[in-house]
Design a protein around this ligand. Structure first.
Ligand SMILES: Cc1ncc(COP(=O)(O)O)c(C=O)c1O
Length: 407
């Protein structure tokens, strides 16, 4: 091989990689609108990126024919998270997905295999991946109204289920909505279905963002969302609270629901039980690493600290007179969309005059101070037009702290 040509291309590659690193570093400080924790250092895993294709083909609980895999770690990940989510010890299964969207697809596919005539009920605050899954699976569905804080309206759910009482109900609960981090209570969903005597049911928890942090709180004081509360399946993200540097998730289900779904995998040597075929063994390795390195206490400390930063951000905005609120236990602070100079500099997710900051682990008070400073500098007058932001339910203390809406 011609070494000169090689070193020329080496230089070109290095230039591109350097530019990429510079671009990514430049947006780090101002990227506070997306739910990705940035406090975990994965450098200890670098050696696994050098020469290994880690492919967890097929079922995580069957080793299979391909030798370079991390299925043993994946099985541990499923077990640790199933414990946190209070899944029955003798009736649990799961796998590491490419993200929460795949988890929603898997769960609805599973629900359809059990209830072929089921109607999917999901809230207008649900992530668009639920829409997509319903569409791909051609399942009949009804969107349920959400209240202003983002929670599913239980009266509306009761109304729409009542008009379809002859059909099984498949309900998607949001455990941390994308825009406001609102949490639907799975126990309340169960009560609605009980009151209508709908026994053929399946409840899926889209817990992409909040599943893990909520599981670290006392079950007596947190919303009902896990298997002990009546959930049949759940997805949690790996790249949100756990901060893995590649997108991934973990879907958890009751193993007994899977009777109709398993196919034989042929040459892969393990049952074909997942949505995809090849699956990232690196993703399982990374999730395992965070869970092991931090343990439950370490994860809880990260969640507590992130909530503290969220409360700080809320307080600073309220002191400034800027309309802002947050749901109970949330990392997400919802605020009236700031003027253009601020949104051009800071990466916030914005829609319909509302934006959010998500104080994931890794977001610091210093970043919040800088953001609030920029907002203050851009404020045209001390009193601003703000979108009417409803006080979230069950947070009267925040309601009092929320400034009166100004015209
Ligand atoms: C509540 C919720 N569900 C599902 C998803 C989809 O996750 P992913 O992008 O990992 O597929 C998201 C993404 O933000 C989300 O917020």
């Amino acid at each position: 091989m011609d070494r000169n040509a090689d070193s020329g291309s080496d230089r070109a590659v290095k230039t591109v990689l350097d530019e990429l690193a510079t671009r990514l570093d430049a947006v780090r400080e101002t990227n506070i609108g997306w739910p990705a924790a940035s406090d975990v250092d994965f450098a200890a895993l670098t050696k696994f990126f050098k020469r290994h294709l880690l492919n967890n083909l097929g079922d995580p609980f069957a080793v299979g024919a391909y030798p370079q895999h991390t299925k043993d770690l994946e099985a541990e990940v499923v077990d640790v998270l199933a414990d946190l989510m209070r899944a029955p010890v003798d009736d649990r299964w799961g796998y590491v997905t490419a993200g929460a969207g795949e988890g929603n697809l898997y769960a609805l596919h599973l629900a359809r295999s059990l209830h072929s005539k089921g109607v999917v009920y999901y809230s207008e605050s649900s992530h668009y991946s639920v829409d997509k899954a319903v569409d791909l699976l051609a399942m009949p569905s009804i969107r349920v109204r959400a209240d202003a804080s983002g929670r599913m309206d239980m009266d509306d759910l009761a109304g729409v289920v009542a008009s379809n009482r002859d059909r099984p109900a498949i309900v998607v609960a949001n455990i941390g909505t994308t825009m406001t981090e609102a949490v639907d209570d799975v126990r309340e969903i169960g009560e609605v279905l009980d009151s209508l005597a709908v026994r053929r049911r399946f409840v899926h928890a889209d817990a992409a963002l909040s599943g893990i942090p909520l599981s670290l709180l006392d079950p007596q004081t947190r919303p009902g969302f896990d298997f002990a509360d009546g959930t049949d399946s759940m997805i949690v993200s790996g790249h949100k609270f756990l901060g893995t540097p590649i997108p991934c998730g973990v879907v958890l289900v009751k193993a007994s629901h899977r009777v109709h779904l398993t196919r034989t995998g042929g040459f892969i040597g393990s049952p074909d039980t997942t949505i995809g075929c090849s699956r990232s063994g690196h993703a399982a390795l990374m999730i395992w690493y965070v869970l092991r390195r931090y343990g439950v206490d370490g994860l809880r400390a990260r969640a507590d600290q992130a909530r503290e930063v969220a409360r700080y951000a809320h307080r600073r905005l309220v002191e400034l007179g800027w309309d802002a609120w947050l749901n109970q236990h949330a990392f997400t602070v919802v605020l009236a969309t700031p003027p253009a100079p601020v949104t051009q500099r800071w990466t916030l997710a914005s829609t319909n005059g509302r934006s959010h900051i998500i104080c994931m682990p890794g977001v610091t008070r210093a970043q919040i101070d800088a953001f609030v400073g920029d907002l203050q500098a851009a404020m045209p007058t001390p009193t601003l037009v703000s979108v009417p932001s409803p006080p979230p339910r069950r947070t009267p203390e925040l309601r009092r702290a929320t400034p009166a809406h100004v015209a």
